[in-house]
Design a protein around this ligand. Structure first.
Ligand SMILES: C[S@@+](CC[C@H](N)C(=O)[O-])C[C@H]1O[C@@H](n2cnc3c(N)ncnc32)[C@H](O)[C@@H]1O
Length: 227
């Protein structure tokens, strides 16, 4: 099936969960066999985030972040735990959260909550987070659920808090603005379509950049700061 027409939401979410249950709880598993991009990804994220949390123009505090679609905590380990005082992880697959406790090593002491939940059902506590980090997971949410998720995220931000989205984007010329991948039950949205969803949610893009130095055969990866 290449189109999502007549594809029920329950199947879209159920198939994704079944897929991830079979994937090894390793960095390679999180990155679809591309563990070699881990370092460059974390380095790019750090650079992208820096101006918001340190230096003369920084307004966002570093008290608490949440890693959404955290998997085994690769982003928490490399980026969030080193920069933030406290971190929560949200992930639909319990076995990845179990592994995170080991994978995070000494960083695990910074984790308050391991939340086993699909993002379509996750409501951040109001005002809890300085940074809501969402990476390589939004293709698992339907259009409607993604709009609603962004709206709940907005309410979950502390003063001057930000949502950071880091996602694959397809070329704007792709038909209907999405490419559906039945193997893991996800969509890759075009850059234009993703921006349209963000706008629909009422959030605003305040900074945007693409990740450099990724293997050529991969999708373009876009980083966006939303408020
Ligand atoms: C490609 S991995 C990325 C993991 C992590 N963000 C990273 O960059 O290393 C996608 C993760 O999203 C999780 N996931 C899939 N659907 C989800 C959903 N609806 N809600 C929350 N997490 C989900 C998967 O179990 C998997 O851990």
């Amino acid at each position: 099936m290449s189109s999502m027409d007549n594809y029920p939401d329950t199947q879209f979410y159920g198939d994704a969960e079944s897929y991830w249950k079979e994937i090894p709880a390793t960095v390679d598993g999180m990155l679809g066999g591309y563990s070699k991009v881990d370092k460059v990804d974390i380095k790019g994220s750090k650079k992208f985030l820096q101006e918001f949390i340190s230096g003369p123009n920084a307004k966002t505090k570093t008290r608490r972040a949440v890693d959404c679609g955290a998997g085994i905590g690769r982003v928490s380990h490399g980026l969030l735990c080193p920069l933030f005082s406290r971190v929560d992880l949200v992930e639909v697959c319990q076995k990845f959260l179990d592994q995170a406790k080991t994978y995070l090593g000494s960083s695990a002491k910074k984790v308050d909550r391991y939340i086993c939940c699909g993002l379509q059902d996750f409501t951040p506590d109001p005002g809890r987070y300085d940074v809501i980090w969402v990476q390589w997971v939004l293709g698992h949410l339907t259009h409607k659920d993604l709009v609603a998720f962004f709206q709940r995220c907005r309410a979950g931000l502390a003063e001057n808090g930000i949502v950071v989205v880091k996602e694959n984007v397809a070329d704007d010329s792709c038909s209907d603005g999405v490419i559906f991948d039945q193997s893991d039950s996800s969509v890759t949205r075009s850059h234009r379509y993703l921006k349209q969803i963000i706008e629909e949610s009422g959030m605003r893009i305040v900074k945007e950049e693409s990740q450099k130095d990724l293997p050529k055969e991969l999708f373009k990866v876009q980083m966006m700061v939303l408020q």
